[in-house]
Design a protein around this ligand. Structure first.
Ligand SMILES: CC(C)(COP(=O)(O)OP(=O)(O)OC[C@H]1O[C@@H](n2cnc3c(N)ncnc32)[C@H](O)[C@@H]1OP(=O)(O)O)[C@@H](O)C(=O)NCCC(=O)NCCS
Length: 181
């Protein structure tokens, strides 16, 4: 991903601030590997890709962060009122025809903050941000169908199931191009 695109990857919602994880951690003056190690628990990672699963040590998180940086744009989600890390948002560009891109999305919310509507607010904020980006045509999320909370979030936010299973995941997509093309 080009630097000029990555620089734009920040948005806010009523309760959340979202931006590139290294920059946000610097701004908060927190240690990113520690934040990541605390956030990645057995419960938060059980439905995520294998490289995310299990518990992570602070030392192990350093290498893990480098691997994620090579894969995707990694954003840290902050609860504005408390300035506490609240989650991680993963955005990976897949080229489409012309200059259009599909953005593959993944997210997690810190375990103690579940059930407050934060993931719904995060995905809604992402959609609003994506609609203002000229190159983004679609947002796509792959979800384990057993992950009812995540399926519910995508459906509430207007995503539709596009086909069967992709490596065990149900694929949901939203077209955001109507207002930015
Ligand atoms: C999935 C996750 C992001 C949800 O975060 P959250 O902030 O608690 O979600 P929200 O509060 O915004 O909304 C959850 C919705 O799912 C519903 N829900 C929660 N558990 C559910 C369940 N077991 N069955 C059905 N619906 C469920 C909630 O009722 C809510 O819907 P509602 O607003 O209509 O009541 C969070 O649990 C998480 O980080 N899990 C681990 C990582 C993960 O699974 N990420 C998604 C990968 S695709």
């Amino acid at each position: 991903m080009s630097d000029d695109v990555a620089d734009m990857w920040a948005f806010e919602t009523n309760r959340l601030r979202v931006g590139p994880w290294h920059e946000v951690a610097d701004w908060l003056d927190v240690d990113l590997p520690r934040v990541v190690a605390e956030m990645l628990t057995l419960r938060t990672t059980v439905a995520l890709p294998e490289s995310w699963q299990g518990e992570h040590s602070v030392d192990g998180a350093k290498g893990w962060i480098n691997e994620r940086d090579a894969d995707a744009s990694m954003l840290l989600v902050i609860e504005s009122a408390s300035q506490r890390p609240a989650g991680i948002l993963v955005l990976a560009e897949a080229p489409l025809h012309g200059t259009w891109v599909d953005l593959r999305i993944g997210y997690l919310i810190e375990e103690s903050m579940w059930g407050q509507g934060l993931a719904t607010e995060l995905v809604s904020g992402l959609i609003e941000w994506a609609r203002a980006q000229p190159r983004i045509r679609t947002l796509t999320g792959g979800v384990d169908p057993a992950n009812r909370a995540s399926v519910r979030i995508l459906e509430k936010c207007g995503f539709g199931l596009i086909d069967g299973l992709d490596a065990g995941a149900a694929v949901y997509r939203l077209d955001v191009s109507s207002s930015n093309g």
